[in-house]
Design a protein around this ligand. Structure first.
Ligand code: ATP
Length: 309
C-alpha cells in the first residue's frame, strides 16, 4: 500500500461566517510533488497553514507524516519545512549568517557542516557573504528554500514560492524541488503558474474553499470535458468580440498568434465556428491546455456560487 505523507479528511476552516476551506480531503503519497492551484482567495494558504500545524482546523481530521493533525502540531512542524509567500528572513544578515541562525533555531548538530553543505547544494556558496537584502528575488527564494530544508524535513509546504521571479530563476527553483523529491521529500506547492503546475505529479484545484478537481495534468484535461478550437490567419484577433458572444462559447482568448474558443457543447461550438467560416480563417480542434481548463473551472465555480447565493 502507498505510504501517505498527508492523509486528511473533511478539513475545514471558518473565519467567523466565512468558510475559507470546506471539507477538503487530501491523500498525498510520500515522495511526490503535488501542485495546489486555484484563484486568489480559494483557500490554498489556509489549507497549507492547517497542514503544517500553524492554524487549527474548524473541522476535519487526519495525519501529516503519521502525526495527528490536532494533537501533534508541534511534531508536524518539526518535521516540515514551510515557505511562506513573503521573504521572511533577516535582511541585515548575510546569506551564511541567516543559515547559521536557522541552524541554531533548529538546534542542528554539526551546524557549520550543515550550513556549508546547504550552501553548496543550493549553489549559494559564492553569495554566502552577501547581505540577504542585496539578493535578487530569485536568490532570495533560493535562500528561503535553503533555510526551510536545512533541517531535512520529510514534508515541504511551499506557498507560491516563485511569485514574481523571472523564468530562469523559477526553472532553477524547480530543479531544486525535483532534486529534493528525488531524495525522498514530499512536496506540496501552491502556484498560479501553469508551467509549474505541469511540473507536478498531481494537481489539486480549489475554488471558494472547495476541492473542485484533482489528478495528473492529463486527467484534469480529460475529466474537464472541455472542447477547444483554434483559428489562425491575418487579423484573427478581430473575431474575438463576435465569436465570444456566440452561444456555447464559454471563453475566447487570443493566444500565441491564434484565437482559442472553448466550451462543453460541441454542436454549439461548431455552429460558432461556421458563423465566421466565410472569413477564411484556418480552424482546427486542439487539445485544451491546462490554462483553458482552469479558466473554465474558475468561471464554472463562480457561476455555481452565484446560483446558490
Ligand atoms: N485570518 C483570516 N481572517 C479572516 N479571513 C481570512 C483569514 N485568512 C484568510 N481569510 C480568507 O479566507 C479565504 C481564503 O484565503 P487564502 O489566503 O487561504 O486563499 P489563497 O488561495 O491562498 O489565495 P491567494 O492565491 O491570493 O494567496 C479568503 O477569502 C481570505 O480572505
Amino acid at each position: 500500500m502507498t505510504e501517505l505523507a498527508i492523509d486528511v479528511r473533511g478539513l475545514s476552516k471558518h473565519f467567523g461566517n466565512k468558510v475559507a476551506v470546506n471539507k477538503v480531503d487530501l491523500q498525498l503519497p510520500k515522495g511526490q510533488v503535488w501542485g495546489f492551484l486555484g484563484p486568489n482567495g480559494s483557500g490554498k494558504t489556509t489549507t497549507i497553514r492547517m497542514l503544517c500545524g500553524l492554524l487549527k482546523a474548524t473541522e476535519g481530521e487526519g495525519r501529516c507524516l503519521g502525526f495527528d493533525l490536532r494533537s501533534d502540531a508541534e511534531l508536524i512542524r518539526r518535521h516540515t519545512g514551510y515557505m511562506t509567500q513573503k521573504f521572511s528572513f533577516w535582511n541585515e544578515l548575510t546569506v551564511r549568517e541567516n543559515l547559521e541562525f536557522v541552524a541554531r533555531i533548529y538546534e542542528l548538530e554539526n551546524r557549520r557542516r550543515c550550513v556549508d553543505d546547504t550552501l553548496e547544494v543550493l549553489g549559494l556558496g559564492h553569495r554566502q557573504h552577501q547581505l540577504a537584502e542585496a539578493l535578487s528575488g530569485g536568490w532570495k527564494q533560493r535562500l528561503a528554500l535553503a533555510a526551510v530544508t536545512m533541517h531535512k524535513p520529510e514534508l515541504l509546504l511551499l506557498d507560491e514560492p516563485t511569485a514574481g521571479v523571472d523564468p530562469q530563476a523559477r526553472r532553477d527553483f524547480w530543479d531544486q524541488i525535483h532534486r529534493l523529491s528525488n531524495e525522498g521529500m514530499t512536496v506540496l506547492v501552491s502556484t498560479h503558474y501553469m508551467d509549474e503546475a505541469e511540473r507536478c505529479d498531481h494537481i489539486v484545484y480549489l475554488a471558494h474553499g472547495n476541492l473542485i478537481t484533482e489528478g495528473t495534468v492529463a486527467d484534469i484535461i480529460d475529466q474537464s470535458g472541455l472542447i477547444s478550437f483554434r483559428a489562425e490567419g491575418t487579423g484573427v484577433r478581430s473575431l474575438e468580440p463576435h465569436i465570444a458572444a456566440q452561444a456555447g462559447v464559454e471563453y475566447a482568448a487570443y493566444f500565441a498568434a491564434g484565437l482559442h474558443i472553448c466550451g462543453h457543447d460541441r454542436a454549439l461550438l461548431e455552429k460558432a465556428v461556421s458563423s465566421v467560416a466565410s472569413k477564411g480563417y484556418h480552424w482546427q480542434e486542439i487539445r485544451p491546455s491546462l490554462e483553458d481548463v482552469f479558466i473554465a473551472l474558475m468561471d464554472q465555480s463562480g457561476a455555481d456560487l452565484r446560483s446558490h447565493a
